[in-house]
Design a protein around this ligand. Sequence first.
Ligand code: NAD
Ligand code: WQD
Length: 346
Amino acid sequence: MVVSTESSHVLVTGGAGFIGSHTVLVLVSQGFKVVVVDNLCNSCEEPLNRIEKLAGLSEPLPFHKVDLTDNEGVRAVFRQYNISSVIHFAAFKAVGESVQKPLAYYRNNVTGTLNLMDTMSEFGVKNIVFSSSATVYKADYEGNALREDHELGCTSPYGRTKLFMETIIEDAVSAEKGWNAVMLRYFNPSGAHESGTMGEDPRQIPNNLMPYVSQVAIGKLDKVHVFGTDYNTRDGTGVRDYIHVMDLAEAHVIALKRLSEKHGYEIFNLGSGTGQTVLEMIDAMSEACGHKIPYVNDPRRAGDIDTILCDPTRASKVLGFTVRRNIKQICADLWRWQQLNPNGYN
Ligand code: NAD
Ligand code: WQD
């Protein structure tokens, strides 16, 4: 098998982060040998300890604190392990921050990916699953579900780094024989592992809706600010397509297996295909935590649009992937994580 054998490892960059750590858990639970590379700029080592416990690993999970922009550091990892494929999560991801610090985003995300791809090529490792985002799509003001062939066009430096990284990988696949790459464009990841021992651990006040709602639910923040109530949606608030992080994690393992079928370069959307408004998400979380979550109506957030919805048909038809967990479970798991870990991993 190409993706991993008895003696070969799957390299997971950004494996200590939110989506990466849940994916590592699924990988090791399915018997894959994994090596994690992360510079911990937006994470810590604790999720790796929790993975070891949850998966009942008898040996420590191989982890290297390496920055992907450090070419020699990355090469040292490739020298140490027999790596057969890579799942590449490591990136800066805050849309607003990327507008303030575009060069830092291009350096970290694009240079990191170039170094990784160069090193993969040097060591003959030509299988990659890449974390992309629905943010690469041009806004659809009609609120249509977005297919993979929807027109591209980003509005933030962060989004452009994702598009550049996709393009770099696509060009490498066309230029050199033997490469296989799967781009996974996530919609709105949320939730936590059902045990409540792993989840999202934002370092600052969350930018995204669900971690914010969850911190209001536990009383760390006062009230949710609903950004815009005059959108053309069923209750006037923004509609998004939320996907449980464990569904997302499982999709990565399916994508990894797909690499071994050698299809070259492929793109898949990952979402549920159904949308929820901000108020529906606050209600669902209120139900999960057992009390009304306070909120206030605020003006629209710059750059937001009415509806962003995934057309998941391709992932379903080609990969056989459909989400298994609904909004109720997203909220129940998120609340369990928040309650058991009010201060995240610290
Ligand atoms: P995260 O910040 O929790 O995880 C990213 C990890 O990468 C962190 O542990 C961070 O320390 C590490 N990292 C960043 N730059 C690095 C570098 N130069 N070298 C080594 N490690 C580095 O974020 P996440 O939510 O888990 O997102 C994972 C990936 O998914 C990212 O590429 C992100 O852009 C993409 N994505 C996320 C979302 C979302 O809403 N969370 C949506 C679409 C796409
Ligand atoms: C969801 C809805 C807000 C916060 C972002 C990135 C995207 C991708 C996923 C990485 C919107 C509303 C939010 C709050 C609110 N990330 N909201 N109050 O904007 O769909 O997508 O994360 O690739 O690139 O842009 O997600 O969670 O920020 O917002 O009312 O405090 O919640 O207006 O309608 P978004 P989000």
